[in-house]
Design a protein around this ligand. Sequence first.
Ligand code: SF4
Length: 304
Amino acid sequence: MIREIQDKIIALKKEKNICLVAHTYQASEILEVADIKGDSFVLSQKAQLAPESTVVLAGVRFMAEGVKLLSPDKKVILAHPDAGCPMAEQIAPERVRQYKKEHPDHPIVAYINTTAELKAVCDVCVTSSTAVKIVSRLPEKEMLFIPDCNLGDYVQRQLPDKKINLWLGGCHVHAGVTERDVINARKDHPGALLLVHPECVPEVVAHADFVGSTSAILEFAAQSDANEFIIGTEMSISEHLTYQFPDKHFHMLSKKLVCPNMKITSLMDVYRAIAGTGGEEIILSDELMRDARRPIDKMIELGQ
Ligand code: SF4
């Protein structure tokens, strides 16, 4: 059944000249037929270079918006209209505008996991892999970091000369992991390396052998000589690694590391979006596109 739907998707993509983009947290059966896979910002950068004029995205809404912002002339369809990210939608843009009024000298640094409306009121975006570099290159000493206080805290620890004001937001999936989970996992798998995402709480990050974005974790595990790992990010990463490297052992840091928002998209949703009977086209006004693109361009400029 899965193979049949996958074959239909492959044929339809070719017939309709559609590029299928999937985030690494998606199910394997979706990733197997995707043309582009990766972390959120990498997806939009690669989609920009794709020759197809239509992109179907299996992931969450802010990622589809990111693709649209970088490829305004492409038609971008979110495979499941209800796939949102609670962290990306955590802050009303008005609250950021208010902060700016009160602190006009503080740049607003936004994690790329934010809505287009929120990006539009910020000064610079960062990804989890570029956050330290981008913040270190800002001329200002003091700033506001939104929305993930754990990633912001991680950046602050790497850059003690900066003063990073944090917003009390974050990813409920990563933030749900506790130090007790680390102690239990270490007990169950002594000798395994602990790889964690900086969206985890500082008490968890403090125990890690490696801290990095999803792509960095995948790369570290692939290149490491070690053969046993505890993975502190969404469960799909442990699954993909187990599939890719059958001779190595991967354990989830906690069973809580499951993102329901990422799991909402099924292979059938992808099929319907490609067939034109499902999904939702991302439409952003010209003004929003212009304003939300500004902090992304700043990130690209500072990241070079
Ligand atoms: S893992 Fe966290 S940040 Fe990523 S989509 Fe899910 S809720 Fe959002």
